[in-house]
Write a protein of this length. Structure first.
Length: 337
């Protein structure tokens, strides 16, 4: 029976004298994306497939395109058929996942037709989809634009629209669940600070990484321009959300941190706030610089932190994480008057 592949709206690009391109008519939009799932690191996955009865659409993706971080627009791209490849196959019987994932290649069913992508642009959009008390889950949505398929007779069809191939998900620990909590922020040497105070007599310090940030409303008295005695740090409590760890489904901007206004309705926010704990600040005076100015370096540590993943107040309840003993949040420098 003569059949035609439907991937969005396909139009005939060219045909040989042998006749029109003949492949199975199927809409893969409702078919789930699959992988063999045999890698220690799912981010290294490059082989994906979709099965619908006796038909399959196979994608070999260029390596390095899957990352556990939110992507910028047009950041993660590849092309067909050079860096990546896509093949449509029609079999003489229904095919299963085992056919593609078995260590020993299966002899049946047999491939009756195969059509290879000769053109197409692949784009991957990655963002946080869900956050739990332990993990962030990322959704990697793979789309293909301008897909052209050709058979052995050099007959070809193309789809000028954008086809969503599928969404693949990966997980990674939240920053609070790293072996050393929030150690991924150590590479950021300096805090940023908001111009306006959100708590009287305090300063909001923050660090951001891609789609998440940590912020601290620290009392100004704890970062006074005076050295502390050894073993006698200045302290303050972390009740009422003085420390926040926030994950968004988009890339964080400074304006999102330095406001109490509601974020855009398109942005989903996962909020961890402190319910108890202690800020500990050790301050040292530095040697005067060439102008005679003296600076103070304040090392800020967090002790016995309890974080609460806030629910929506309706269907999703608050979840309290296990206590985090202590970690160094970073240093902050002030200049003496």
């Amino acid at each position: 029976m003569k059949k035609t592949l439907l991937l969005g709206i396909l139009t005939l690009l060219c045909a040989c004298d042998d006749g029109d391109l003949q492949i199975e008519r199927v809409d893969f939009d409702s078919v789930d994306i699959q992988t063999c799932g045999d890698l220690d690191d799912p981010l290294e996955t490059t082989f994906f497939f979709k099965i619908d009865g006796d038909e399959a659409l196979l994608l070999n993706l260029a390596s390095g395109l899957l990352k556990n971080e939110t992507s910028e627009a047009d950041e993660l791209q590849s092309s067909l058929p050079s860096a990546s490849s896509l093949i449509y196959r029609l079999f003489d019987d229904d095919v299963s996942k085992d056919y593609f994932c078995s260590t020993i290649p299966a002899l049946e069913p047999s491939v009756t037709k195969e059509n290879t992508a000769t053109a197409g642009d692949i784009d991957i959009e990655t963002h946080v989809s869900t956050v739990s008390k332990d993990n962030k889950t990322y959704a990697h949505t793979i789309s293909i634009t301008g897909l052209s398929l050709a058979n052995e007779q050099n007959e070809s069809i193309t789809d000028s629209s954008t086809m969503t191939y599928g969404t693949f998900k990966t997980t990674t620990p939240i920053s609070a669940r790293l072996d050393v909590p929030f150690s991924n922020y150590e590479a950021i040497a300096d805090f940023s600070e908001c111009e306006n105070a959100f708590v009287d007599g305090s300063l909001r310090l923050y660090k951001k990484i891609n789609d998440e940030y940590i912020s601290l409303d620290i009392p100004l008295t704890t970062i006074a321009n005076a050295a502390t005695m050894a073993g006698e740090p200045r302290t303050s409590t972390l009740e009422n959300g003085a420390f926040k760890y926030t994950v968004l489904n988009t890339i964080v901007t400074d304006d999102m941190i330095c406001t109490d206004a509601a974020l855009s309705e398109d942005i989903t926010s996962f909020n961890f706030t402190s319910s108890s704990g202690t800020i500990s600040v050790e301050s040292v005076a530095n040697a005067a610089d060439g102008t005679g100015a003296i600076t103070y370096t304040h090392t800020i540590s967090i002790n016995n932190l309890l974080l609460v993943l806030k629910g929506d107040g309706e269907d999703v309840a608050d979840v309290t994480l296990s206590a985090i003993d202590n970690f160094v949040l970073g240093t902050y420098t002030t200049v003496a008057d």
